[in-house]
Design a protein around this ligand. Sequence first.
Ligand code: SF4
Ligand code: SF4
Length: 238
Amino acid sequence: MRQRIRKGILAFSVLMFPLTFFFLSPYVIVLSATTGVINGSAMVFGFLLLCSILFSRIYCGWICPGGAVQDLISGANKRNWNSKGKNLSKYIIWAVWFSFILFLWIKHRPLKGEFLYLYQMDGQYMMIYAIVMTIIYLFTISTGRRGMCHSLCWMAPFMVIGETISDFLHIPRFRLKPNPDSCVSCKKCTKECPMGLDVSHMVKSGNMDSKECISCLACVDICPKQAIGFGISKKRTH
Ligand code: SF4
Ligand code: SF4
Protein backbone atom coordinates (compact mmCIF):
# COMPACT_ATOMS: atom_id res chain seq x y z
CA MET A 1 0.00 0.00 0.00
CA ARG A 2 2.76 2.44 0.98
CA GLN A 3 4.60 1.87 -2.30
CA ARG A 4 1.36 2.45 -4.22
CA ILE A 5 0.96 5.79 -2.47
CA ARG A 6 4.59 6.65 -3.27
CA LYS A 7 4.15 5.77 -6.92
CA GLY A 8 0.92 7.79 -7.02
CA ILE A 9 2.70 10.85 -5.62
CA LEU A 10 5.53 10.39 -8.13
CA ALA A 11 3.05 10.02 -11.02
CA PHE A 12 1.36 13.26 -9.96
CA SER A 13 4.77 14.92 -9.76
CA VAL A 14 5.51 13.87 -13.37
CA LEU A 15 2.17 15.34 -14.51
CA MET A 16 3.02 18.62 -12.80
CA PHE A 17 6.60 18.66 -14.10
CA PRO A 18 5.92 21.09 -16.98
CA LEU A 19 4.78 23.62 -14.34
CA THR A 20 7.39 22.90 -11.65
CA PHE A 21 10.33 22.44 -14.04
CA PHE A 22 11.32 26.11 -13.71
CA PHE A 23 11.75 25.80 -9.95
CA LEU A 24 14.17 22.87 -10.34
CA SER A 25 16.30 24.48 -13.01
CA PRO A 26 20.04 25.00 -12.43
CA TYR A 27 20.17 27.09 -15.61
CA VAL A 28 17.68 29.73 -14.44
CA ILE A 29 19.64 30.13 -11.19
CA VAL A 30 22.68 31.09 -13.26
CA LEU A 31 20.66 33.47 -15.47
CA SER A 32 19.16 35.14 -12.40
CA ALA A 33 22.53 35.37 -10.67
CA THR A 34 23.93 37.38 -13.59
CA THR A 35 21.54 40.18 -12.57
CA GLY A 36 21.99 39.76 -8.82
CA VAL A 37 18.71 37.93 -8.25
CA ILE A 38 18.19 34.84 -6.11
CA ASN A 39 15.27 33.27 -7.94
CA GLY A 40 12.67 30.58 -7.14
CA SER A 41 14.84 27.60 -8.04
CA ALA A 42 17.67 28.80 -5.80
CA MET A 43 15.17 29.17 -2.96
CA VAL A 44 13.74 25.68 -3.61
CA PHE A 45 17.24 24.13 -3.57
CA GLY A 46 18.02 25.91 -0.30
CA PHE A 47 14.72 24.69 1.14
CA LEU A 48 15.50 21.10 0.10
CA LEU A 49 18.89 21.33 1.81
CA LEU A 50 17.21 22.46 5.03
CA CYS A 51 14.56 19.73 4.77
CA SER A 52 17.20 17.02 4.30
CA ILE A 53 18.72 17.88 7.70
CA LEU A 54 15.67 16.17 9.22
CA PHE A 55 14.20 14.14 6.37
CA SER A 56 17.31 12.92 4.51
CA ARG A 57 16.60 12.27 0.81
CA ILE A 58 12.88 11.60 1.11
CA TYR A 59 12.31 14.21 -1.60
CA CYS A 60 14.30 12.08 -4.08
CA GLY A 61 12.37 8.90 -3.37
CA TRP A 62 8.89 10.32 -2.95
CA ILE A 63 8.50 13.61 -4.83
CA CYS A 64 11.22 14.35 -7.39
CA PRO A 65 9.70 14.40 -10.91
CA GLY A 66 13.11 13.71 -12.48
CA GLY A 67 13.46 10.58 -10.36
CA ALA A 68 9.89 9.59 -11.18
CA VAL A 69 10.53 9.89 -14.92
CA GLN A 70 13.58 7.65 -14.50
CA ASP A 71 11.48 5.08 -12.62
CA LEU A 72 9.01 5.03 -15.51
CA ILE A 73 11.76 4.63 -18.11
CA SER A 74 13.53 1.94 -16.09
CA GLY A 75 10.89 -0.48 -17.36
CA ALA A 76 12.92 -0.39 -20.59
CA ASN A 77 16.28 -0.84 -18.85
CA LYS A 78 16.15 -2.61 -15.48
CA ARG A 79 19.93 -2.80 -15.15
CA ASN A 80 21.63 -1.19 -12.19
CA TRP A 81 24.06 1.57 -13.13
CA ASN A 82 27.30 0.01 -11.94
CA SER A 83 29.98 2.14 -13.55
CA LYS A 84 33.04 2.79 -11.37
CA GLY A 85 32.97 6.30 -9.97
CA LYS A 86 29.34 6.70 -11.02
CA ASN A 87 28.49 8.72 -7.90
CA LEU A 88 31.44 11.10 -8.08
CA SER A 89 30.57 12.91 -11.31
CA LYS A 90 27.50 14.66 -9.85
CA TYR A 91 29.63 16.24 -7.11
CA ILE A 92 32.16 17.52 -9.67
CA ILE A 93 29.36 18.99 -11.82
CA TRP A 94 27.73 20.48 -8.75
CA ALA A 95 30.99 22.01 -7.44
CA VAL A 96 31.76 23.74 -10.77
CA TRP A 97 28.19 24.96 -11.19
CA PHE A 98 27.75 26.18 -7.61
CA SER A 99 31.16 27.89 -7.54
CA PHE A 100 30.11 29.83 -10.64
CA ILE A 101 26.85 30.89 -8.99
CA LEU A 102 28.70 32.00 -5.85
CA PHE A 103 31.07 34.01 -8.05
CA LEU A 104 28.09 35.70 -9.77
CA TRP A 105 26.32 36.37 -6.47
CA ILE A 106 29.45 38.01 -5.04
CA LYS A 107 30.03 40.02 -8.21
CA HIS A 108 26.44 41.29 -8.43
CA ARG A 109 25.70 42.00 -4.78
CA PRO A 110 23.67 43.39 -3.13
CA LEU A 111 21.37 40.50 -4.02
CA LYS A 112 17.62 40.54 -4.01
CA GLY A 113 15.22 37.61 -3.81
CA GLU A 114 12.46 37.26 -6.38
CA PHE A 115 10.62 33.94 -6.44
CA LEU A 116 9.03 34.23 -9.89
CA TYR A 117 11.93 36.00 -11.59
CA LEU A 118 12.14 34.91 -15.29
CA TYR A 119 9.14 32.57 -14.91
CA GLN A 120 7.44 32.56 -18.27
CA MET A 121 5.89 29.52 -19.92
CA ASP A 122 6.65 30.35 -23.52
CA GLY A 123 8.03 28.41 -26.48
CA GLN A 124 11.62 28.64 -25.25
CA TYR A 125 10.60 27.30 -21.83
CA MET A 126 8.88 24.29 -23.41
CA MET A 127 11.82 23.68 -25.71
CA ILE A 128 14.25 23.56 -22.75
CA TYR A 129 11.79 21.27 -20.95
CA ALA A 130 11.74 18.93 -23.95
CA ILE A 131 15.55 18.92 -24.13
CA VAL A 132 15.87 18.04 -20.43
CA MET A 133 13.28 15.26 -20.76
CA THR A 134 15.22 13.88 -23.72
CA ILE A 135 18.47 13.93 -21.71
CA ILE A 136 16.78 12.11 -18.81
CA TYR A 137 15.36 9.53 -21.23
CA LEU A 138 18.60 8.88 -23.10
CA PHE A 139 20.76 8.86 -19.97
CA THR A 140 18.49 6.41 -18.15
CA ILE A 141 18.16 4.15 -21.17
CA SER A 142 21.93 4.01 -21.65
CA THR A 143 22.92 3.71 -17.97
CA GLY A 144 20.21 2.00 -15.94
CA ARG A 145 17.95 2.54 -12.97
CA ARG A 146 18.17 6.05 -11.53
CA GLY A 147 21.39 6.62 -13.50
CA MET A 148 20.88 10.38 -13.41
CA CYS A 149 20.42 10.37 -9.64
CA HIS A 150 23.79 8.66 -9.30
CA SER A 151 25.79 10.61 -11.86
CA LEU A 152 24.22 13.87 -13.04
CA CYS A 153 21.71 15.20 -10.53
CA TRP A 154 22.50 18.79 -9.51
CA MET A 155 20.06 18.64 -6.60
CA ALA A 156 21.25 15.49 -4.82
CA PRO A 157 24.47 17.12 -3.49
CA PHE A 158 22.36 19.73 -1.66
CA MET A 159 20.57 16.96 0.19
CA VAL A 160 23.75 15.01 0.87
CA ILE A 161 25.17 18.23 2.37
CA GLY A 162 22.03 18.51 4.53
CA GLU A 163 22.49 14.92 5.75
CA THR A 164 26.16 15.57 6.47
CA ILE A 165 25.33 18.71 8.48
CA SER A 166 22.75 16.71 10.41
CA ASP A 167 25.21 13.94 11.27
CA PHE A 168 28.00 16.39 12.10
CA LEU A 169 25.75 18.26 14.53
CA HIS A 170 24.23 15.02 15.89
CA ILE A 171 20.75 16.07 14.81
CA PRO A 172 18.29 13.16 14.53
CA ARG A 173 17.18 12.52 10.95
CA PHE A 174 15.23 9.95 8.92
CA ARG A 175 17.11 6.63 8.70
CA LEU A 176 16.65 3.00 7.89
CA LYS A 177 17.09 0.70 10.90
CA PRO A 178 18.40 -2.80 10.26
CA ASN A 179 17.59 -5.88 12.26
CA PRO A 180 20.35 -8.28 11.12
CA ASP A 181 19.10 -11.16 13.29
CA SER A 182 15.82 -11.32 11.35
CA CYS A 183 17.46 -11.28 7.92
CA VAL A 184 17.54 -14.58 6.01
CA SER A 185 19.67 -13.19 3.15
CA CYS A 186 16.98 -13.70 0.51
CA LYS A 187 18.24 -10.47 -1.19
CA LYS A 188 14.75 -9.36 -2.21
CA CYS A 189 15.60 -5.92 -0.82
CA THR A 190 18.72 -5.64 -2.97
CA LYS A 191 16.77 -6.60 -6.07
CA GLU A 192 14.05 -4.06 -5.30
CA CYS A 193 16.27 -1.08 -4.49
CA PRO A 194 15.88 1.52 -7.29
CA MET A 195 19.35 2.89 -6.51
CA GLY A 196 20.95 -0.53 -6.94
CA LEU A 197 22.35 -0.60 -3.41
CA ASP A 198 23.45 -3.86 -1.80
CA VAL A 199 20.73 -3.54 0.80
CA SER A 200 21.06 -7.11 2.03
CA HIS A 201 24.72 -6.48 2.87
CA MET A 202 23.81 -3.18 4.56
CA VAL A 203 21.30 -5.00 6.76
CA LYS A 204 23.82 -7.69 7.70
CA SER A 205 26.47 -5.08 8.48
CA GLY A 206 24.07 -3.30 10.83
CA ASN A 207 24.64 0.04 9.12
CA MET A 208 22.14 1.28 6.56
CA ASP A 209 23.42 4.84 6.19
CA SER A 210 24.19 5.50 2.52
CA LYS A 211 24.49 8.82 0.73
CA GLU A 212 22.83 7.16 -2.27
CA CYS A 213 19.76 5.94 -0.35
CA ILE A 214 16.70 7.94 -1.39
CA SER A 215 14.53 6.78 1.53
CA CYS A 216 11.94 5.25 -0.80
CA LEU A 217 11.27 2.40 1.68
CA ALA A 218 10.91 -0.14 -1.14
CA CYS A 219 13.31 -2.43 0.73
CA VAL A 220 11.30 -2.09 3.94
CA ASP A 221 8.08 -3.03 2.16
CA ILE A 222 9.48 -6.01 0.20
CA CYS A 223 11.28 -7.66 3.12
CA PRO A 224 9.39 -10.82 4.16
CA LYS A 225 11.02 -10.86 7.60
CA GLN A 226 10.56 -7.22 8.62
CA ALA A 227 14.31 -6.99 8.96
CA ILE A 228 14.36 -3.31 7.98
CA GLY A 229 12.66 -0.59 9.98
CA PHE A 230 12.86 3.17 9.79
CA GLY A 231 12.53 6.24 11.96
CA ILE A 232 14.14 9.48 13.05
CA SER A 233 17.38 8.96 14.93
CA LYS A 234 20.92 10.25 15.39
CA LYS A 235 23.90 8.75 13.61
CA ARG A 236 25.23 5.69 15.38
CA THR A 237 28.56 6.42 17.00
CA HIS A 238 29.63 2.79 17.47
S1 SF4 B 1 14.57 -8.80 2.06
FE1 SF4 B 1 14.75 -8.84 4.30
S2 SF4 B 1 15.31 -10.97 4.78
FE2 SF4 B 1 15.68 -10.67 2.57
S3 SF4 B 1 17.88 -10.06 2.48
FE3 SF4 B 1 16.67 -8.17 2.58
S4 SF4 B 1 16.61 -7.67 4.77
FE4 SF4 B 1 17.24 -9.81 4.61
S1 SF4 C 1 18.14 1.21 0.49
FE1 SF4 C 1 15.89 0.96 0.63
S2 SF4 C 1 15.11 3.02 1.10
FE2 SF4 C 1 17.22 3.26 0.32
S3 SF4 C 1 17.00 3.58 -1.87
FE3 SF4 C 1 17.30 1.38 -1.61
S4 SF4 C 1 15.21 0.52 -1.46
FE4 SF4 C 1 15.05 2.75 -1.16
